[in-house]
Ligand binder design. Structure first.
Ligand code: AMP
Ligand code: MG
Length: 341
């Protein structure tokens, strides 16, 4: 009897432990942050989640203070106003500027962090939009050349009359940094959304994939497809994210083609890149948007470490084979698979 009682007590203790374990692992901890001009949401599970979310929030603000093109004391503002001198910067800034220069090379100039003076002239930083005249664009384009950006161990130097902006990469890197903080705090399941950047750590607490909706660029309040992923970044660049309509009725958007200084209009209205690195996905979503329908597919055939979902301006959905059985097309757009070896 005594033995039975003991083992019953032990069983109860184990059950209690199991319950409290399951409970703490399943409870979602959430945090909303407004930073980098973006409404950000984070959800993490497990006992380390609350602490991880606090550290993630601090890190987001730290990165914003370093990388913002509008905050006066940021590394980027100091680089842009240095009159051609080398500027001491944080390790984050040096890493991202270096990445910007590498992606400029890798994407044949489609991603160019020095396109900023042109972008600013269109009013995309201030919201005071206008269509610049052709001479102004031509004059500003002369300064656009990521090849002239020099990165040292902890310095960045750009020509006196040029300016850089990490808007195409910063949120992707921020996502990677948040994932690292979550991991360091023992979090095994988490999901964040930083505007068009979604990133997942592990799978859902029940072991199933996260389901990430991708907006329909023609009706951005609805999804066009849902992808099932775990441990991946899903980053979208779309023409619907920031745009204005000119007096001539034309819609102009915030992703600029460094070849001509006008909003990139090379056949694509939305590009989503899915891969392990938020930074890589972010750089490529912008670059492939600029590269356009044909060049983006060529790039994707040559770089199979990432998957992508492209939407053409004539309403076709193109996606790479690696994501084919994880993608559900909920739109009426016809879909084609980009086959790779
Ligand atoms: P994303 O939303 O990641 O596609 O980044 C778009 C942002 O990147 C814009 O708001 C600009 O700040 C910046 N940008 C626009 N065009 C380019 C370009 N061709 N290369 C690099 N950055 C760009
Ligand atoms: Mg990007």
């Amino acid at each position: 009897m005594r033995k039975l009682l003991l083992s019953l007590t032990a069983l109860a203790a184990v059950m209690l432990f199991a319950c409290s374990e399951a409970k703490s692992d399943e409870s979602a901890h959430e945090r909303d942050v407004f930073a980098m001009d973006t409404f950000m949401t984070m959800k993490a599970y497990g006992s380390g989640a609350e602490k991880a979310l606090g550290s993630a929030e601090d890190r987001i603000h730290e990165l914003e203070d370093e990388l913002s093109v509008t905050e006066q004391d940021s590394d980027i503002s100091r680089i842009n106003s240095a009159g051609g001198e080398a500027v001491s910067v944080s390790a984050d800034t040096a890493l991202l500027v270096e990445a910007g220069v590498s992606y400029w090379q890798e994407t044949a100039g489609a991603l160019d962090i020095s396109v900023y003076p042109v972008l600013a002239e269109w009013g995309f930083t201030t919201g005071e939009y206008h269509v610049p005249d052709a001479e102004t664009i031509a004059r500003l384009l002369e300064k656009v050349n990521a090849g002239a950006v020099e990165v040292g161990a902890d310095t960045v130097q750009i020509p006196a009359d040029s300016m850089i902006d990490l808007g195409a990469l910063a949120k992707g890197y921020t996502g990677d940094e948040i994932m690292a903080i979550f991991r360091d705090n023992g979090v095994k399941s988490a999901m964040i959304s930083l505007g068009g950047n979604v990133q997942a750590l592990g799978s859902k607490p029940d072991g199933s994939d996260w389901r990430v909706g991708i907006k329909d660029p023609f009706t951005p309040d609805t999804n066009m497809c849902v992808v099932s992923i775990s441990d991946k970044a899903v980053v979208t660049s779309g023409n619907y994210e920031r745009y204005f309509t000119g007096d001539d009725g034309t819609v102009y958007w915030h992703i600029i083609d460094p070849k001509d200084g006008y909003p990139a209009d090379n056949g694509l209205v939305s590009v989503t890149v899915i891969g392990d690195s938020g930074l890589r996905c972010d750089a490529l979503s912008t670059a492939l948007f600029v590269a356009g329908t044909d060049e983006a597919q060529t790039y994707l055939r040559e770089h199979t470490d990432v998957d992508a979902v492209l939407v053409t301006d004539d309403g076709r959905l193109l996606y790479t084979d690696g994501i084919a059985d994880k993608l559900e097309n909920v739109s009426s757009m016809p879909a084609e698979v980009i086959a790779r070896d």
